[in-house]
Design a protein around this ligand. Structure first.
Ligand code: PHE
Length: 516
């Protein structure tokens, strides 16, 4: 067996594509995207989000694949191989840690999805007749320690079984079975939603942008979500890229995954919002949107039990093809660098991540009152320290906030710097062009990584930190942050336009340069 085959390798191009798309398409597309779009103005949000995907998310996605395929290593090993003895490996380590933390709460949410998926065929979910009844049902599930932890455990075990079977026999196979089913089910639900009497208002919400709903915060939220939904910023695509052979066209695959991911998110919107509006409900329900609002929609719909069963089965599959990529990142580090066997890595790490998820599950019930501020207590808890936004969150929200809004963007920021500036430009271009039938946007890609990515991500992070501080102690901060937001967005648009114009003009002469 060759070295590559021993470590693991994708069996086919389609297999890799479906696995990568499976990682990207998950709770982010169905649960997170729909509720933040509902809260942030529908069509206008979609526009900004798509711009973030194209200008930042997709370029970072490709950059991660390039690092992965060049080194054939996990995120820590990859940076260490490219810049030995430097601090770059810590970027990889941050990713592995982010993967473990993300999976610990992802699995709790996926556990609720599983609870709904197994109960839907019995008519329990579509039997919830009013938003109150449905809210109480979801509340009872998520705050029940026994139920939350049981479903979290079962979901983790399924994830572990798939990952233990390896790259080709586990991850690729599971994705090849589940992704087509997911696409099919989603298509059925979109048609069902659009054809409902009264769906017009929902379709309009999805298609007609209300630009007055756009404010700087919306732009920041879109960017954070672009990272989350494409699975970038924590080395998942470095890891998946490391199992690739030279014949894969990386730029094309990146575009295809970004396209499919966006399509599924928008389709999920079309499956949900027309029905929501048709039954007179509000889109601004927040994180409970899918769990609280949808059952009532299914209740009022002819064939509701069938459609509810399909929806939550789809939702569960989407979550699984993402959770396996999270566990794979963590496992790959221990397999490559610490020489653990795959079985040992999966059992020990999966078990540890399961335990790490327990506080997240408890945070929805008995531990909902816990926060760093409450722990500090007394004078410290009531002072500036205790009133910092991040210190007031319970464990679930804290981990979700730290990972999605800080760790992933920080990881993405460094990937931009690494591939855009530090790594040898010729090596980058050669690897990106390998297996590709001519990557004409090479200059544009590199310039986006050099300029737009670090600029925008840097701003978002800086403003995110400022926004944590309490107004009562820093009264002028909020208005300063707002002014900065507005200026930054203007600057970003100018820089992005300049980079695009410059790259496309310069790229004209590139066609006659050889691809490598
Ligand atoms: N992209 C996944 C989703 O949308 C989440 C994820 C993030 C998976 C990072 C892997 C790595 O649900």
């Amino acid at each position: 067996m060759s070295e590559a085959a021993a470590r693991g390798e994708w069996g086919s191009r389609v297999g890799f594509l479906l696995a990568a798309a499976g990682s990207a398409i998950g709770l982010g597309n169905i649960w997170r995207f729909t509720y933040i779009m509902g809260e942030n103005g529908g069509a206008a949000f979609i526009l900004v989000y798509v711009v973030c995907i194209v200008l930042i998310g997709a370029p970072v996605f490709l950059a991660e694949l390039v690092i992965g395929r060049h080194t054939h290593l996990n995120p820590v090993g990859a940076f260490e191989a490219l810049k030995p003895g430097t601090a770059w490996k810590w970027v990889g380590a941050l990713g592995v840690l982010a993967g473990a933390l993300l999976l610990s709460f992802y699995s709790v949410v996926a556990g609720w999805v599983m609870a709904y998926a197994v109960r839907a065929p019995m008519g329990t979910i579509s039997g919830l007749a009013s938003p109150e009844e449905s809210g109480a049902y979801f509340g009872a599930l998520s705050s029940s320690t026994a139920q939350s932890i049981t479903f979290h455990a079962v979901f983790m075990i399924i994830t572990m079984v798939i990952v233990a079977r390896g790259v080709k026999g586990g991850i690729e196979r599971a994705s090849k079975i589940m992704m087509p089913i997911l696409f099919l089910l989603l298509a059925v639900l979109v048609v069902r939603g659009i054809l409902l009497p009264g769906a017009g208002a929902g379709i309009e919400f999805m298609l007609r942008p209300d630009f007055s709903a756009l404010n700087p915060t919306v732009v920041l939220i879109s960017m954070g979500h672009a990272f989350f939904t494409l699975s970038v910023g924590m080395g998942a695509m470095i890891t998946y890229g490391s199992y690739l052979s030279p014949s894969n066209d990386l730029p094309k695959s990146s575009l295809q995954v970004a396209f499919m991911d966006t399509l599924v998110a928008i389709a999920a919107g079309f499956a949900i919002f027309p029905a929501l509006f048709a039954f007179g409900m509000e889109p601004t329900e927040g994180p409970g949107l899918v769990f609280v609002t949808l059952p009532v929609v299914f209740h009022q719909m002819p064939g509701g039990t069938l459609f509810a069963s399909m929806f939550f089965a789809l939702f569960l599959m989407a979550a699984l093809t993402s959770s396996i990529s999270l566990l794979e990142v963590v496992a790959a580090y221990f397999i490559d660098d610490l020489r653990w066997s795959r079985g040992k890595a999966v059992v020990i790490l999966g078990g540890a991540i399961f335990l790490m998820g327990i506080p997240a599950a408890l945070a929805m019930g008995p531990w909902s009152g816990w926060s760093i501020a409450s722990m500090l207590g007394g004078a410290a808890g009531e002072g500036v320290l205790g009133s910092v936004g991040i210190f007031q969150l319970n464990w679930f929200d804290l981990i979700s906030h730290v990972v999605s809004d800080y760790m992933l963007p920080i990881g993405g920021f460094f990937v931009c710097l690494f591939v855009g500036w530090y790594w040898d430009r010729r090596a980058v271009e050669a690897e990106a062009a390998l297996g590709s039938s001519g990557f004409r946007a090479m200059d544009l890609w590199i310039n986006l990584l050099r300029w737009v990515g670090p600029l925008v991500i840097g701003e978002v992070l800086a403003l995110g930190v400022l926004a944590e501080f309490p107004e009562q102690f820093f009264p002028r901060l909020a208005s300063t942050v707002n002014t900065l937001h507005t200026w930054f967005i203007g600057l970003d648009i100018l820089v992005a336009l300049a980079v695009i114009a410059y790259s496309l003009a310069a790229g004209g002469g590139r066609k006659d340069r050889p691809a490598a």
